[in-house]
Ligand binder design. Sequence first.
Ligand code: BGC
Length: 766
Amino acid sequence: MKLLSSLLMLAVLLGFKQSEEPFFTKPTTADIETLIAQMSIEEKVGQTCQITLDAIHRTDEKGQALVPAQIDQAKLKEALETYHVGSILNVGAHTLTREEWKSIMTDVHAPYLKKEQNIPILYGIDAIHGVNYTVGGTLFPQEIGLAATWNTELARQMGEVTAYECRASGIPWNFSPVLDLGRQPLWSRHFETLGEDPVLGTQMGVALVEGYQGKGESVDQFHAAACLKHFVGYSASFSGRDRTPAFIPEKYMQELYLPAFKAAVEKGALTLMINSGVVNGIPGHANYQLLTQTLKKNWGFKGFVVSDWEDFIMLHSVHRTAPSIAEAAIQAFNAGVDMSMVPSNPQYKTYCQDMVKAVKEGKISMDRLNDAVRRILYVKNQLGLFDNPLPDLSKYPLFGSQTFKNIAKQAALESITLLKNKESLLPLNGKQRILVAGPGAASINMLNGAWTHTWQGMDTSYNTTGVLNIFQALQSQLPTASISYQKGVELYLEKDFEASRFVELDNYKKALKKNDIIVICVGELPSTEKPGDIRSLQLDDKQKELVRLAKAAKKKVVLVLLEARPRIINDIEPLCDAIIQAYLPGDQGGLALAELVTGKADFTGRLPYTYPRYDGVIEFYDHPRSVARSKSGDFSAYNPQWDFGFGLSYRAATINGMRFDAKDEQKGTFSIQVNVSNPHNQEITTIVPIYLSDLYASTTPENKRLIDFYKVKLRPGENKTLEFSFDATTLKRVSADGKWRAEKGTFEIFCGQEKLTFELFDDLLF
Ligand code: BGC
């Protein structure tokens, strides 16, 4: 199909206005079908091809992208006109200003807006904890911290703010949320997950999707397409190293790993990205059963599936399920991958040529190709890109606003989790002399982690201006107090792995003598994916030494953990008076932490994972009874450092009473009422989790599992009755025959110290 004639044809078909109107109108489903019928194989294949911005960037003689970022017009023309590329991703090496984004988007969309192209480009980015690649964007806690808020409304708001700021940068597609289950703390991307629990992860993940995409059927210009990552099992790698094999029995795939994805698909998530690893011997990108049968056929997913970075190439070069790159592309496409993140230049040209050849030779059917293109055009249309791919970027007055920062700070406040507070050392009143120490004390990068301004988040030169680190934030909250700073230890990379060294240790020791309270901010260097592979969960020993020295000097120690995953600290835990898990709380994290430790706000965060006590014993709260069986035969062996859901507050709520409001032991439905009260004279916020135990079942039941939760505010002295309703699906598990079933028998329901018993009279099959 010749471009010009196709455009004219399309203009007629779609009823486009030729003159004054700058934008096209939204095509109907029938229009899209007609468009597909008119497209050449080359154009269709081009839609399935995603390239990285670097592939069309102007670069200097060393191949570095020019600053300010600029598009190389010849490369763009070749990508769009010759190869009909349908999607572009990423940012080059680092964060861009909104002006740079505007100039990139203007160039990228010019051919469509000038009607030289008939399909708009879909641009995508990893705005995984806020718009991390636009200067001045609002940065939230990483997902693991967000999960610790147990606040679905906050998750929705984070999604909404992020989508707004993506759109304000001209970007309508966000590669988020990560719905991988956080059950392998060695994995470098543990912090990108919503923790270990499928119910918490599902509710928070679905809320993020709703925030990103908005509630309507299509996505308006203040929202963006979500991308569910990484379907499925990526997080469960056996070795803990990135993109290495996982072994997930079907039962646990169904019960633990798939539910968040299924719920988010049902919520209308528009895109999904695939696991780059191998599960049960099959690479994610070659898994027809999961991508086509489960996701598309069984769940009815209407959007499209995008590969991860270079992943069809990896089928050949790493996973070795295809003897050539060309065959790998066919394998992935036929398994159900609709769009390939190829993404480099000139590889994308080879991809397009190989794919066109494969279609012509019948190795990829026209039906499969049309299906992929239809899905991609559906998403572009849902995003309003046909009407207007480039909204007026000046019409986003809230970008980087205080209103948005306040939401991010609220998320940090509700996420940071108090794990120990011996003799109520906290809150600090400013009367004691405080020394703030450790590599995290004055580091904005350690507050944010990876995917912040740069991929690995290590470069300090792009940090948001005006952000307070922990030391500065404490000073701001206690302006008259004596607060000093000694780094004590610094972290650095040595042969690709984290190493540490003391920094002016004598000064640290001297400072210990002059202070009463030592706030030691420890953690790890920002990192993710392969560069983030680690060999042990132990917290680096030199950082532990700061704690030992402080205790030896008979000082009170407040340990602040800035961690991408729980690091083993069982040896120093007894030396600490207070311990705070801050996760990676983002730009507002320093301030939030300071407000919490000075008592301006109370801690309400609760662990979204089981914090391990030992390097070699990784266990989860929903373990079967055998995990708890000790050498002496009792059931005391389950002994994590802190349990899932654990967290302290200055002012705790009281749960005093739980009863059935209704129950049908035939149908398996029940509703319960939980009384919760605030015995304090200040407002409090508390999380009320409900757990279920199935006492006997055909497959060994877990000790208990979360089935729902509430986060609730209580006025001083207030008593509240919370209502929870459950249908029979709450009781179902995968039975010994592989079927979902609620098996008859006795169930126990727990909330705090309260317990109820429920009987199901007959098996229910789902
Ligand atoms: C990561 C994805 C990310 C993609 C695009 C990959 O390496 O695994 O999570 O969305 O890059 O940046």
